[in-house]
Design a protein around this ligand. Structure first.
Ligand SMILES: N[C@@H](CCC(=O)N[C@@H](CS)C(=O)NCC(=O)O)C(=O)O
Length: 193
């Protein structure tokens, strides 16, 4: 049985929770208190960060790497396109994630210009989603899963309006119809404000 060292508030953990749910992989979740992390988590990940997955003493950290590992280990349903070019573009978006997340965290910290910078990144997603239905390409997959936890938190926890970005708003709505994403919406709704 796979173990996920997890934190409900953590959007990086959300990526792994969503992939596991999509692939219907059973797992044990060990919740880590991010405000008072146990010393032993550093034995599993030297940075002390979650998510971490473990199975029979084998350990893997870094959410995007874990998501790709799960994709290879549990190929059904596929979450990367079959076409190599489409696959590469999905990976490129995942590779460039910090272009999106750095402004998100600037917005969250209330830094001057943070909301505007984050808005520019959401506008970039808006442009992509007017050209294709999913960030992964023609079908839903890992690029969608790797970005949507931040959009959900921005909207539901931090009051970032998605209405000015109709393609992004509708994409979040469409994704929310999936049980794996709906479960994540419930995790976020239950978080203390
Ligand atoms: N690059 C890592 C980032 C994980 C991360 O930042 N996790 C946060 C919680 S959302 C964490 O554990 N923070 C503790 C810390 O920064 O010390 C990944 O993708 O897994």
């Amino acid at each position: 049985m796979l173990t996920l060292y997890d934190a409900p508030r953590c959007p990086f953990c959300a990526r792994v929770r969503i992939v596991l749910a999509e692939k219907q992989v059973p797992y044990d979740a060990v919740e880590i208190d991010l405000t008072d992390r146990p010393a032993w988590i550093y034995d599993k990940n030297p940075s002390g960060k979650v998510p971490v997955v473990e199975e029979d003493g084998w350990i893997l950290a870094e959410s995007a790497v874990v998501a790709e590992y799960l994709e290879e280990r549990f190929p059904e349903p596929p979450l990367l396109p079959a076409d190599p070019a489409e696959r590469a573009l999905a990976r490129l978006l995942i590779f460039r994630f910090e272009d999106f997340s750095d402004p998100y965290y600037a917005f969250r910290r209330g830094e001057g210009g943070g909301a505007e910078r984050f808005g520019q990144e959401v506008a970039h997603l808006e442009a992509l989603l007017t050209r294709m239905p999913f960030l992964t390409g023609r079908s839903y997959g890992l690029a969608d899963i790797d970005y949507v936890p931040w959009l959900i938190r921005a909207r539901d926890l931090y009051g970032f309006p998605l209405d000015p970005f109709p393609a992004v708003r509708d994409w979040v709505e469409r994704l929310s119809e999936r049980p794996a994403i709906d479960a994540e919406l419930e995790v976020v709704a239950a978080l203390p404000r």
